[in-house]
Design a protein around this ligand. Sequence first.
Ligand SMILES: [Fe+2]
Length: 300
Amino acid sequence: MAAADPEVQAFFDDATNTVTYLVWDAGTGAAAVIDPVLDWDHRAGGADTRSADAVLQVLEEKGLRLEWVLETHAHADHLTAAPYVKQRTGAPIGIGARIVEVQNIFRPVFDARDLRPGGADFDRLFADGERFRLGDLEVEVLHVPGHTPADVAYRIGNAAFVGDTLFMPDAGTARADFPGGDAHELYRSIQRLLALPDGSRIFVCHDYKAPGRDQFAWEATVAEQRAHNIHVGGGRGEAEYVEMRHKRDATLSAPTLLLPSIQVNIRAGRFPGGEGRGVTFLRIPVAGRGIVQQDEEERS
Ligand SMILES: [Fe+2]
């Protein structure tokens, strides 16, 4: 008998162009939320949970039981609401095991000395090929590095939640120029996804409306991706892809929420410890001409 297929509801966040998915087994009510978003006011330095609350409301309305909060990777464009969802439901937070490499890259950048060893900020680190149950569904974890070293896709029945690998066919693929990113690896990861059965439903993590499209979209079949993806469709080879990816990445600026996102997301969404005043502080590493440091001035 074929493995059971999941029910899927998507929640699109206009502020960050991110898609959060609620996935569940209709038979048992077991559910997982993938890539929940924390609403972040970058200008004012404030957070809100309306996006995550909308997911939790559907969870409650449908009488589902949340068993997992799953991250596809440490996002650079939004802050995760994973710890809030965990706090509200008790569901553990899972991510790809190589998150430890991403933490090692960024620990010195943000002087994040509070990171726990061995990726222990997360509840579960998934190895490539690992499988676990979600009610009567089976979740298979596919390690799909390239965008970051730690990206995973979650394959659940006829659906695959691919994080930042493939975008919609008319938008192409994710960038590969973050620290630890690799366009060759990304190409090979994508080939793994394109080898899934033709009718598999590919759910992407972001959408920005490709030129000529006036609606946001986040779902396409493997067959559609294989035939029409503007970066990898039609059997495009690795060398050609990598050249295109490098050229394109050179034109992309840093995501608006890069600095707050990375330092929070490598802590599984937790903010650094506060100073007992009801606030906490994020760090902005800075370098460049014109920066005079406090102690230099004092010395002169
Ligand atoms: Fe990403």
